[in-house]
Write a protein that binds this ligand. Structure first.
Ligand code: GAL
Length: 789
C-alpha cells in the first residue's frame, strides 16, 4: 500500500512506520514469544534487515550455491516493544509486514497470531484484542530458516522489508480494499472506476458514505465521486463509483504521469477512515495481429529480469539502492522489468510507476520443488491473492505471471493447476492478461530430441491456457509456434544477453541478438534479458552469484549493456569495447556459457597486447562511426553494413587514445574516447549524491576509482582500499562486482576490481556532515563530503 503520496496525505488513518528499535538474536528461544523473556543482551537494530549478508562466506555451506555461501540455516528472533499513543487506544490496530524471509511466526504479548511460510508476500495481523492499552506491548517474530533452501537464488534472511502499524477506526477501507480500473481512456477523457471494500468492525450495521477524489501530481483534485453502502456488522461491503477525468495526463513508460485516488469513508457525516491508492490513467491493449499498445502506441517490451537482492546490502530493501539500479537500466533504454520469480516489495512497484517501467509481476518460480513443494497446495491461493490484491492498482503492471519453468510442464496435473491459477488471476483482476514462463528444460526427456512439430504440439497445450505465451530462450521456434497458433502473442520472458536461444541449455548458440526476433514480428511483444543485474546465489564456489547481468552487483554497467542500449535506445550513442580473452570473468560452468557474452573491456590500457592486433567493437545506433586513433582517422564504418549491430574493427594496439565518432546525416551526434592510463597514483571518488535526507535510511553510492596522475582510470588496479567515515552515518556495504571474491560485503575495506569499487554510505538520523576518506598503500588518498539534512 502506498502510504505517502506527494500532495496527498492521510488525516484519519495512522500509518506508523515500525522499522526502528527491534531487538534481534540468532538461535531458537521458545520463551521469546513471552513478553517477560529476557532479551536485554539482544542486538538493537532497524529493519529492513538481512542477517545472512552480515555473515562470512562459508564454502562448505550446505546448498551454499543457492545462497551466495552466506549462512542462513538458523532460527532467529526479532522483538519490538511499544506503547500505544493516546490517540490509538480506542482504535483497530493492525501490524503489516511487507515480507519476512522465511517461515515467520508472530506473537503479540504471548498470543499467537499466525505463520507465513512464503517469504515474498505481505501479510497482516489484527492486534486489537490482545493489546495493553496503557502498558508495554511486546511483538515477537520467529524466523525459521532451518528448512530446505526456499529458492535457487539468494533470498536473504529475516525481516528484510518494511513493517508498519496501522491504526484505524473500526469502519474503514478493508485491507487492499480499493480496486481502480480505467476502462475507457482517450486523450480527451478517461473513465475511472473505483470499487472500495468497506469493513465494519462494529456489531451493528453502518450506513457509510464513500468519497473518492482523484488528485493529480500537483495536488489538484481533477475528479470526485461519492457512493453509499450499508455495511452489516462485522462484515465488508463494496461500494462503486465512476469518475470522469477530462484531458488526463496518461501514464506511459516515456511519460509516467501519476495521480492518486484519495478515498474517505464517513458515517453520520464523520470521516472514519482515509486511504491512498496509486493511479495511472492508461490504456493497455493486446492485439493478436499487431502486438502490444500503451495508449494506442505500439510498444515493444525492452525488458530485463531482476531478482530482489541489492548486492552488498543483501536482501534488506532500500528504496534509493533500488532506484539507482533502475535508473541505470533506464539509461540504456530499458522500459520493462520482470520480477523473478516472486512478488517484490510494494515500494519497488511505486518506483516502477514513477520511473516508467512496465512490469511482469510474478508469483512463483517452480510450484512444487524445494521448500515450497509441500506448502504449495495449502498456500498458493493466499500467496497469489496477496500479490494480486496488493498490486493490481499499479499502472506499471501489464502482465501477471503465475510461474517460471514449472516442473512437469504439460502433464495433466500441471495443466489443471495452471488452469486454476490463471482463472484466479482473471477473477481478481480481469483487466490484465496472464502468462507462465515456459522452458524446454522442463519438457519430458523424449520431447527434447523430438521434432519441432512435436514440440509445438506440446507447447500448444500450455499456450491454450494462458493469455500470452511466455517463452524462455526459444527464439528459434517463434515462427513455428505462431504458425500453429496464429492468434497467440509471444513474449520472450527470458533471453540471453548476447546470443540467440537454441531452446536448450546444452546445445550451441549463435551470435544473433534475440532483440532481432522481437523487431521482426509484430506478434512478439518483447524480450526480457536474463539478467538485468548480476545477482547473488545460483552459483558454484568460488562464485557467489550469477554473472550474466548487463550491470554488475555494484550497479556498474558492463560493455555488453551498450550493445543492448544500441538496440533499445533512441538517444544517439556510441561505445567502444575491446574483446579481451585474458579478462577474468565470473565462474562460468559450461552449461551457463550461452548466458555470458564474449569477454570485453572498455578501456585502452593493454600492455600485454603491445604491437599486436586488437579486436575492437563499437556499439552504436548512429548511421556511421569513425574511429580516430591518436589524431588520425583510422576508418569509418556504416551501421547499415552491420545488421547484427556488431561493428568489429581490427587495429594494432599502441598506447595513446582512441575515439569513436558517431554521425547521423553527416553530423557528429556522439563520441566515446578511451585513453591509455599511466601508473596508478591516486584514488578518485565519485558520489552519486552529496546531499542526503538525515533519516537513517538514505544512501550515497560512492564509486572509488584508481587513477593515474591525470585522473585516467587504471583498469588493472587491484589495490586494497580502506575507508573511514567521520560523522553520523554508516558504511552500509562495500563491493567491487567480483563475484569470486571472498571479501565480506559488510566491511570498511575492499580491493579494487578492474580498477574500481563501491562504498555505500547511509545517512544517520541527525543532520550534519559526513566525510568519507578512501586510502590505499602507494596511492594518494581521496575524500568526499556528504551533507545530511
Ligand atoms: C532460467 C531460469 C532463471 C535462471 C536462469 C539462469 O532458465 O528461469 O531463473 O535460473 O535460467 O540459470
Amino acid at each position: 500500500m502506498t502510504v505517502v503520496a506527494s500532495k496527498v496525505s492521510l488525516q484519519h488513518r495512522r500509518v506508523i512506520p515500525f522499522d526502528t528499535d527491534w531487538l534481534f538474536t540468532k538461535g531458537n528461544y521458545a520463551g521469546a514469544k513471552n513478553p517477560g523473556f529476557d532479551d536485554s543482551r539482544w542486538r538493537r537494530l532497524d529493519v529492513p534487515h538481512d542477517w545472512s549478508i552480515e555473515e562470512a562466506f562459508d564454502p562448505e555451506m550446505e546448498h551454499g550455491g543457492s545462497h551466495a555461501y552466506l549462512p542462513r540455516w538458523t532460527v532467529a528472533w526479532y522483538r519490538k516493544k511499544f506503547t500505544l499513543d493516546e490517540a490509538d487506544q480506542a482504535r483497530r490496530i493492525v501490524i503489516e509486514f511487507d515480507g519476512v524471509h522465511n517461515n515467520s511466526e508472530v506473537w503479540i504479548n504471548g498470543h499467537y497470531l499466525g505463520s507465513r511460510p512464503y517469504g515474498y508476500v505481505p501479510f497482516q495481523y489484527d492486534l486489537t484484542p490482545y493489546l495493553h492499552r496503557d502498558g508495554e506491548n511486546v511483538l515477537s517474530v520467529k524466523v525459521d530458516n532451518t528448512v530446505m533452501p526456499p529458492d535457487r537464488w539468494y533470498s536473504g534472511s529475516g525481516i528484510y522489508r518494511h513493517v508498519r502499524l496501522l491504526s484505524t477506526d473500526p469502519v474503514q477501507v478493508a485491507q487492499w480494499g480499493t480496486y481502480i480500473t480505467t476502462p475507457q481512456v482517450s486523450e480527451a477523457s478517461a473513465k475511472v472506476v473505483i470499487r472500495t471494500n468497506v469493513r465494519n468492525g462494529y456489531a451493528e450495521a453502518k450506513a457509510c458514505t464513500v468519497t473518492t477524489e482523484i488528485v493529480d501530481a500537483d495536488g489538484a483534485v481533477v475528479g470526485r465521486g461519492e457512493s453509499k453502502a450499508v455495511v452489516p456488522g462485522g462484515e465488508t461491503a463494496e461500494s462503486a463509483q465512476e469518475i470522469r477525468v477530462e484531458t488526463p495526463k496518461r501514464w506511459s513508460p516515456e511519460q509516467p504521469s501519476l495521480y492518486h485516488a484519495y478515498t474517505t469513508v464517513a458515517v453520520d457525516g464523520q470521516v472514519t477512515d482515509d486511504y491512498i491508492t496509486p493511479l495511472g490513467i492508461r490504456e493497455i491493449r493486446f492485439d493478436s495481429r499487431e502486438g502490444f499498445f500503451v495508449n494506442g502506441v505500439g510498444t515493444k517490451l525492452k525488458g530485463v529480469c531482476i531478482h530482489h537482492d541489492l548486492g552488498c546490502l543483501g536482501a534488506a530493501y532500500n528504496d534509493r539502492a533500488m532506484e539507482r539500479r533502475l535508473a541505470v537500466l533506464k539509461e540504456m533504454g530499458c522500459n520493462a522489468v520482470r520480477f523473478a520469480h516472486n512478488p517484490m516489495t510494494a515500494e519497488l512497484l511505486d518506483l516502477c510507476d514513477r520511473m516508467g517501467f512496465l512490469v511482469v509481476d510474478e508469483a512463483f518460480d517452480k510450484w512444487k520443488s524445494l521448500y515450497y513443494a509441500e506448502l504449495f497446495d495449502e498456500w498458493w491461493q493466499a500467496d497469489l491473492e496477496a500479490m494480486l490484491l496488493r498490486d493490481r492498482n499499479h499502472p506499471s503492471i501489464f502482465l501477471w505471471s503465475v510461474g517460471n519453468e514449472v516442473e512437469q510442464q504439460g502433464q495433466d496435473s500441471m495443466l489443471e493447476m495452471l488452469d486454476l491459477l490463471v482463472k484466479h488471476c482473471h477473477t481478481v483482476d480481469p483487466t490484465r492478461p496472464v502468462t507462465c514462463a515456459l522452458e524446454p528444460h522442463n519438457w519430458p526427456m523424449s520431447l527434447r530430441s523430438g521434432t519441432v512439430e512435436e514440440k509445438v504440439a506440446h507447447t500448444r497445450k500450455l499456450a491454450e491456457r494462458v493469455d500470452i505465451l511466455g517463452l524462455n530462450y526459444q527464439e528459434q521456434w517463434y515462427e513455428q509456434y505462431r504458425e500453429a497458433m496464429p492468434d497467440t502473442l509471444i513474449l520472450g520472458t527470458e533471453t540471453f544477453p548476447f546470443y540467440r536461444g537454441k531452446g536448450s541449455r546444452v546445445k550451441g548458440y549463435e551470435p544473433v541478438n534475440p532483440w532481432f526476433d522481437v523487431v521482426k514480428h509484430d506478434y512478439v511483444i518483447g524480450q526480457f534479458v536474463w539478467a538485468g543485474i548480476d545477482y547473488l546465489g545460483e552459483s558454484a564456489y568460488p562464485s557467489k552469484g550469477w554473472s550474466s547481468g548487463l550491470i554488475d552487483t555494484c550497479g556498474f554497467r558492463k560493455p555488453v549493456s551498450y550493445l543492448q542500449e544500441s538496440l533499445w535506445s533512441e538517444e544517439p550513442m556510441v561505445q567502444i569495447a575491446v574483446f579481451d580473452d585474458t579478462l577474468e570473468q565470473g565462474h562460468t560452468p559450461q552449461w551457463t556459457k550461452h548466458w555470458m557474452s564474449p569477454p570485453m573491456a572498455s578501456h585502452w590500457t593493454f600492455p600485454h597486447y603491445e604491437g599486436r592486433l586488437l579486436r575492437l567493437v563499437t556499439f552504436t545506433n548512429c548511421e556511421s562511426v569513425e574511429l580516430v586513433v591518436g589524431d588520425e582517422s583510422y576508418e569509418e564504418k556504416r551501421l547499415a553494413d552491420h545488421p547484427d549491430r556488431l561493428m568489429v574493427w581490427h587495429l594494432p594496439y599502441a598506447p595513446g587514445r582512441v575515439k569513436a565518432v558517431g554521425r547521423i546525416g553527416g553530423r557528429i551526434v556522439c563520441t566515446h574516447e578511451l585513453v591509455t592510463a599511466g601508473e596508478a597514483r591516486q584514488l578518485t571518488l565519485q558520489a552519486d549524491r552529496t546531499r542526503l535526507a538525515a533519516d537513517g535510511i538514505d544512501l550515497a553510492h560512492v564509486e572509488v576509482i584508481v587513477t593515474d596522475e591525470q585522473g585516467v582510470p587504471v583498469p588493472g588496479a587491484k589495490h586494497a582500499i580502506s575507508f573511514s567515515l567521520e560523522g553520523e552515518g554508516t558504511i552500509l556495504g562495500v563491493d567491487n562486482g567480483d563475484l569470486n571474491s571472498d571479501e565480506p560485503y559488510k566491511a570498511n575495506a575492499r580491493s579494487a576490481y578492474h580498477g574500481r569499487c563501491l562504498v555505500v554510505v547511509q545517512a544517520g538520523k541527525q543532520a550534519g556532515t559526513l566525510r568519507l576518506t578512501a586510502s590505499a598503500e602507494g596511492l594518494e588518498a581521496a575524500a568526499v563530503t556528504i551533507v545530511c539534512e
